[in-house]
Ligand binder design. Structure first.
Ligand SMILES: [Zn+2]
Length: 476
């Protein structure tokens, strides 16, 4: 895949031995200096802007929105055509509400108008290719400028600090990176600049998990950066093996997948620290994070412009109501995503978090629309994964599991057994799940050696092969 000529991409491509050498030489230099002025500017902005009163944030949003729309109008054929047909002139825009005159776009529109949506040649040296899931079918590819990483990292770090992360602290990362085994056969790689220890989330055997955790135990005060499904697998391993989680893990940062409440509880109980979740997409239109006191998602006002739209396309403003997350990104200037429908749905909570005082839009229960994580009952109704995702002892001796469904009302539950799995476990799974599925769905258990993860190393809990239910999911 095409990589832009940027400091980040060059560093990524540097061979490990050279990284160690450079990392050693640069150790005395503070990390924020190594990342450069652009990063430091974004970081200063993020730290301040998160406490701005809503009115100040809206002024900034209007300014950025005007910039993005003007760029789109001046440089892309798609938006020139669209805005002209509406008589819309971005430079004359007075209020943010005027944005609602513009049409929303979705993945399909992007796929069909890819080059017409770009502001510059995609062969430019600062253009990266991004892609988003699409569990079934072809993933969507699009373009981003390489420098958006500085802004993105600044927002990430400023979010993580709410839960005690300190810039430069060691981070143990299990997030779908392809990691080769080191000399001792441990799937581990170290980035001495970012202080990140990467472990392979594609190799989660009990033996490997034990080795990862033992290694994490030597890192000193650190954080885990994970997919929720990966940390859940680690927690289940600790539970069934009767081991304690390393005491030096100060917190767990989970991104890129839905975090289920019961899953959160199990992980927090096992690791005895907070599971802090953030939400974003590869398309970089909306970024939201929990806060010091609440697990609800606080939408960063200056990362992108957020709208929550109901099925009719109206703005959701009533607490408790659900809508689709629609975003206009401020940090990608190569391909402006304007009023982009993410396919993810959330519940609107309010315009302010009472617990921390930030005047951010607060949302909860983010789910992929027509989520991949659901089964279809015999009567055609959906059985959401939340109803089945059990974090009691149901899957204790199970390394991985996945439903495969080809017809309504029937499914196969594939299981990769862990050591100690026996008839009793199979019976418990049938009883516990069966209780929730009575008269709606029957399933058979099939023991398998492995269940493939998504190309990005995420667990796919339901391989939904019934066409109408299989389109969208949570991205990134
Ligand atoms: Zn808060």
């Amino acid at each position: 895949m095409k990589k832009a000529f940027s400091r980040k991409n060059l560093w990524e491509a540097t061979p490990a031995p050279l990284k160690h050498l450079i990392g050693g030489l640069l150790r005395p230099v503070p990390l924020s200096w190594l990342l450069g002025k652009r990063f430091r500017d974004h970081r200063r902005h993020a730290l301040e802007a998160q406490w701005w009163p809503a009115e100040r944030a809206r002024e900034c949003q209007l300014e950025r929105m005007r910039e993005v729309l003007t760029l789109a109008y001046d440089k892309t054929r798609f938006y020139r055509r669209t805005f002209d047909s509406l008589g819309f002139r971005p430079a004359e825009m007075k209020t943010l509400d005027e944005v609602s005159r513009l049409p929303t776009i979705d993945k399909q529109v992007v796929a069909e108008n890819l080059l017409e949506l770009c502001t510059k040649s995609i062969r430019g040296i600062n253009v990266d290719v991004g892609s988003t899931g699409g569990r079934s079918g072809t993933p969507l590819h699009f373009y981003l400028d390489a420098s958006r990483s500085y802004a993105e990292y600044a927002f990430l770090i400023s979010s993580w600090e709410r839960v005690g992360y300190r810039f430069g602290m060691p981070m143990a990362v299990l997030r779908g990176r392809v990691v080769e085994p080191d000399r001792r056969g441990l799937y581990h790689e170290y980035d001495p600049i970012l202080h990140c220890h990467y472990y392979s989330s594609f190799h989660l055997s009990d033996e490997n998990m034990a080795r990862y955790l033992a290694h994490v135990g030597t890192l000193g005060p650190c954080f885990l950066h994970v997919y929720p499904s990966t940390v859940a697998a680690l927690a289940r391993f600790l539970l069934r093996s009767g081991q304690q989680a390393p005491m030096n893990i100060q917190g767990i940062i989970a991104e890129s997948e839905i975090v289920y409440p019961e899953q959160r509880k199990m992980v927090e109980d096992v690791f005895r620290c907070r599971l802090f979740s953030c939400y974003g997409q590869s398309e970089k239109v909306v970024f939201a994070a929990a806060c010091e006191h609440s697990n609800d998602y606080h939408v960063w006002p200056t990362y992108g412009y957020f709208e929550l739209l109901d099925k009719e396309g109206n703005l959701v403003t009533t607490p408790g109501e659900r809508g689709e997350i629609v975003g206009t990104g401020f940090i990608n200037t190569v391909m402006p995503f304007i009023r982009y429908r993410t396919g993810d749905w959330a519940t609107y909570i309010g315009d302010r978090c009472e617990a921390c005082g930030r005047e951010h839009i607060v949302i909860r229960d983010i789910r992929g629309h027509r989520t991949q994580e659901g089964l279809i009952a015999v009567d055609g109704s959906e059985i959401p994964w939340t109803a089945l995702n059990m974090h009691d002892d149901t899957f204790l001796h199970v390394r991985q599991f996945q439903f495969v469904q080809e017809m309504p009302g029937r499914a196969i539950l594939r299981i990769v057994p862990a050591r100690g799995f026996n008839e009793e476990d199979a019976g418990r799974i049938c009883r516990n799940l069966g209780r929730r599925l009575t008269e709606r769905l029957i399933f058979d258990i099939e023991l398998v050696d492995a269940i493939p993860l998504s190309p990005r190393g995420k667990a796919i809990y339901v391989d939904q092969r019934i066409a109408s239910a299989s389109q969208n999911g949570v991205h990134q």
